[in-house]
Write a new protein. Structure first.
Length: 172
């Protein structure tokens, strides 16, 4: 049976939580100082219901014989000045089960996300991807995405804001 893309339902909540758990575990393994281990379930049925009930959010699934094997979560937003005002969409998450990667499901999910967003007036779509995730970066570039900015971070565990060591005497 061919993979089909459809709107998720609350009946999919167990499979969706499993997919999100797989993605959360991947991110935690790559950057454990940033990403927490996935909870069980990775997303509660209440969280999934809230997404499904929000007209500005889309949750689409790729099904192989009725069971979801991939998901894409998209949110609509309005850009305001000082940027040029326009309606855009953000891919909050895309997950394809490990056993189904490389089969075109991710591309199909992204195409469905583009159609969903465009049908709701979005004129562009954005996403964040970790620098550690070279496979995902290549995937998005193959779909025509371009890097617009770099999000950078710094931890303060060893240094103060001004770069001096936090290990100062009590009399400072």
């Amino acid at each position: 049976m061919a993979t089909q893309i459809r709107v998720a339902t609350i009946a999919d909540h167990v499979a969706l939580a499993d997919l999100w758990g797989e993605a959360d575990a991947f991110h935690h393994a790559a950057l454990p100082r940033i990403y927490a281990p996935p909870p069980d379930p990775a997303r509660s049925s209440e969280v999934i219901a809230a997404i499904l009930d929000d007209p500005d959010q889309g949750l689409l699934v790729a099904c192989d014989e009725e069971r979801p094997v991939g998901l894409v979560h998209v949110t609509l937003r309005e850009r305001r000045p000082p940027m040029l005002p326009k309606r855009f969409a953000v891919v909050e998450a895309i997950v394809v089960a490990a056993a189904h990667r490389g089969t075109g499901i991710g591309r199909s999910l992204m195409e469905a996300a583009h159609r969903w967003a465009g049908a709701r007036g979005a004129v562009e779509i954005w996403l964040d991807v970790g620098e550690f995730n070279a496979g995902a970066i290549g995937f998005y570039e193959a779909l025509g995405y371009e890097t617009v900015s770099h999000r950078m971070r710094r931890e303060f565990d060893a240094f103060s804001v001004d770069g001096r060591s936090q290990q100062t005497s009590q009399t400072d």
